[in-house]
Design a protein around this ligand. Structure first.
Ligand code: F6P
Length: 366
């Protein structure tokens, strides 16, 4: 075994927060194996995101805890959407203040030199806010939505993309058998990266994303045009946050009322409207949490592992207050302020949208 390298960080805590995804355990393994084997650091595993710090639900992680987990889905630490800076009681800061104080108290009591957080834009934002409270924090970008500013890609995205694409492939065969229009809903409640990429990968005939409010008549014209050339079946790929032009003009209350009447799922709403407008037989499928489960893709294993070992190097250098990231083909890091409070939407001039249109895909707005 090689001799240990010097490290500024002697002991750190690690947590996973927000929605889980394939690749989290690969990232945990990357951080911990490098930190323990190369730098001799002591590792504290924190249960269920920030809730584990509030409740002091922690345990020492030993090599056998982070060995053999590369291909396991989910997270060995558990996850939650606990937001310490957000009070449970509307307009009251008291609870939030207590939770923030509890996190800082546990961090101090454990004698941590740093807190490593694996999560999406919300988790890295919380990490940055604790950095401003005086804690040393390092973030890793995790999400199937790929909506984190500061990194070209987050781990979890490619695994969900593979799952979504396989589902679309399967729907092609049954739609063709029955000459149906099938609408599949993928995750992405605010941004459409997953729907756009899976739609292109799966050859979706129509792709609907939140960034481009759709006109049902545009979809109907496209499906009619396909039928005229003998294409009696079609696949519509919709991100769960996709919305019609009419909905986009509604305020929150109106939209809530509309969805209470028409149904919460964009896939079922669009399928019904297509049937009403064209008479075509339609079906809807919501892929849901299938996109968050199972073993990580090879690409996500490589990205998660390399981000993890890069985080261990930052720990060793005492280079805190940063999020590791992918820039092009290189692993790098950005200040934690970069993702804070932001969300990376699909730019309407993004090349992948033009790619989809160039191969005949309808984006619902032509
Ligand atoms: O943020 C990732 C994500 O999977 C979204 O795409 C999805 O809408 C949301 O999490 C679901 O949240 P929860 O796991 O809390 O139901």
């Amino acid at each position: 075994m090689a001799s240990k390298r010097s490290s500024v960080t002697k002991k750190f805590g690690i947590l996973t927060a927000g929605g889980d995804c394939p690749g989290l355990n690969a990232a945990i393994r990357g951080v911990c194996r490098a930190a323990h084997d190369r730098y001799g650091m002591e590792i504290i595993g924190i249960s269920d995101g920030f809730r584990g710090l509030i409740e002091e639900s922690v345990r020492v992680l030993h090599p056998n805890d982070f060995s053999g987990i590369l291909t396991r889905g989910g997270t060995i630490l558990g996850a939650s959407r606990e937001k310490p800076f957000k009070s449970d009681i509307k307009d009251s800061d008291d609870i939030a203040g207590e939770k923030v104080a509890a996190v800082k108290k546990t961090y101090k009591k454990l004698g941590l030199d740093c807190l490593v957080v694996l999560g999406g834009n919300g988790t890295n934002t919380t990490g940055y806010r604790f950095a401003k409270e005086g804690l040393n924090v390092i973030g890793l970008p995790k999400t199937i939505d790929n909506d984190i500013v500061g990194t070209d890609r987050a781990f979890g995205f490619h695994s969900a993309l593979s799952i979504g694409t396989e589902a679309i492939d399967r729907l092609h065969s049954t739609a063709r058998s029955h000459s149906r229009v099938i609408v599949i809903e993928l995750m992405g409640h605010k941004v459409g990266w997953l729907g756009l990429y899976a739609g292109v990968a799966g050859g979706g005939d129509v792709i609907l994303i939140p960034e481009i409010p759709f006109d049902i008549q545009s979809i109907v014209r496209h499906l009619d045009d396909r039928a005229k050339i003998g294409k009696t079946y079609s696949i519509v790929v919709a991100a769960e946050g996709a919305l019609s032009i009419k909905e986009a003009k509604m305020d929150k209350q109106e939209r809530k009322k509309y969805r209470a009447e028409k149904g919460p799922s964009v896939a079922y709403r669009v399928a019904r409207e297509i049937h009403d407008e064209t008479g075509m037989e339609t079906r809807a499928t919501v892929l849901g949490y299938m996109q968050r489960g199972g073993i990580p893709s090879a690409s996500d294993r490589v990205l998660a592992t390399s981000l993890g070992t890069a985080a261990a190097d930052l720990l060793a250098r005492g280079d805190y207050g940063r999020m590791v990231c992918l820039h092009g083909n290189d692993i790098s890091s950005v200040d934690l302020s970069v993702p804070e409070g932001k969300i990376k939407s699909v730019p309407v001039d993004h090349y992948m949208i033009d790619t989809a249109i160039a191969v005949g895909t309808c984006m619902g707005n032509e």
